[in-house]
Write a protein that binds this ligand. Structure first.
Ligand code: ADP
Length: 317
């Protein structure tokens, strides 16, 4: 089993500490926190005990160092993280609205992340890879899409597998290019990890059962639907439907829940665990993530998850 690999943006997140205030006047901020969906995902893979590596680019600055050292310490292979001279590491400033929604000021496209390319180190990592996890959001950054598609083709050609978190906004999927991208990805996906309505958008279907049928007909091995505080469901021809209720927790910061969920699920399945057990670990990983502020601060080791599951009085049937 070669490592799980992600390709995409690494950044820091800096957060407002007051709700509703916005960035129109000075206020205390908290951060920088290590972030970027591919980075959160791969850090959770490594923390859970899976072999993990990332293809990315950061600037020669503290934000880049903070991220790379964090990933390295947590067990991620960072040999394919390029340091781009003259460009900053990406950043995102986050503030919370009174209704609980978030607003971002991003500097990613023009950051070092925009220079992500298929370097010799990236080729070497991908040549060893056994699985690649793809996030729809990474395609929004110019240049990264081509590297992702090359990684997918290369890993599949050697018998590896592919997971896809569509991470799509409806508007994006409605454009011809967005639709083509989703269809191209669905054709090569072994494990699809949509969240909420993304299921219907990805499958271009009106109802959940129609969407699942269409996706399994396409040859996707497993569809795992993330339902936020309502838990998650697995669908496959081999195991049918398996539901797993969420853990009751108080949500502090939802950032990273879907990524930690996906990473725990994938790594459990790659380790040979059945869907019911993988869903339990994944729900626990998602739940623990939302109780911590900061995108990567809620990642869990397998032991953390086992303690959390036991404390909640849950076990797999
Ligand atoms: P995404 O972040 O991709 O939109 P979700 O919000 O559905 O994904 O979160 C992923 C998983 O994390 C959920 O399926 C659930 O297991 C867990 N989770 C998310 N929010 C909560 C919550 N408020 N309480 C308990 N578990 C949660």
């Amino acid at each position: 089993l070669g490592p799980t690999v992600t390709v995409g943006e690494i950044l820091v997140e800096i957060m407002a500490t007051t709700v509703g205030a916005g960035f129109l006047s000075p206020q205390p901020l908290v951060g920088p926190f290590a972030s970027g969906a591919p980075a959160i995902f791969i850090d959770q893979v490594a923390q859970f005990g899976g072999a993990a590596g990332i293809v990315a680019a950061v600037g020669a600055d503290d934000f880049g160092t903070l991220n790379v050292e964090r990933l390295r310490t947590d067990g991620v292979d960072v040999s394919a993280v390029a340091i781009v001279p003259g460009k900053p590491t990406g950043s995102a400033f986050v503030r919370y609205r009174a209704d609980g929604s978030r607003d971002f000021v991003y500097n990613i496209t023009h950051s070092a992340a925009g220079d992500t390319s298929m370097t010799a180190a990236a080729r070497t990592l991908i040549a060893r890879g056994g699985h690649v996890h793809v996030m729809g959001s990474a395609f929004a950054i110019p240049g990264i899409g081509a590297v992702i598609l090359e990684a997918v083709a290369s890993i599949r050609a050697r018998g590896g597998s592919v997971s896809f978190d569509p991470n799509i906004r409806k508007e994006l999927a409605q454009g011809d290019e967005g639709r083509r991208l989703i269809d191209d990805m669905l054709a090569v996906t072994d494990l699809l990890l949509p969240s909420g309505d993304e299921l219907l958008v990805a499958a271009d279907a009106a109802t959940e059962p129609a969407a699942i049928a269409r996706l399994l007909d396409l040859g996707i091995g497993e569809v795992v639907l993330k339902r936020g505080s309502a838990g998650s469901s697995h669908f496959s021809r081999a195991f049918g439907r398996v539901d797993c209720p969420a853990f009751a927790v108080e949500e502090v910061d939802p950032t990273g829940a879907g990524d930690c969920f996906g990473a725990a699920y994938l790594t459990s399945r790659r380790a040979g665990l059945p869907p019911a057990r993988a869903l339990l670990y994944a729900n626990a990983a998602g739940a623990r993530t939302v109780t911590r502020q900061g995108p990567m601060e809620g990642v869990s080791s397998r032991e953390d998850l086992e303690r959390f599951i036991a404390a909640a009085g849950r076990e797999v049937k």
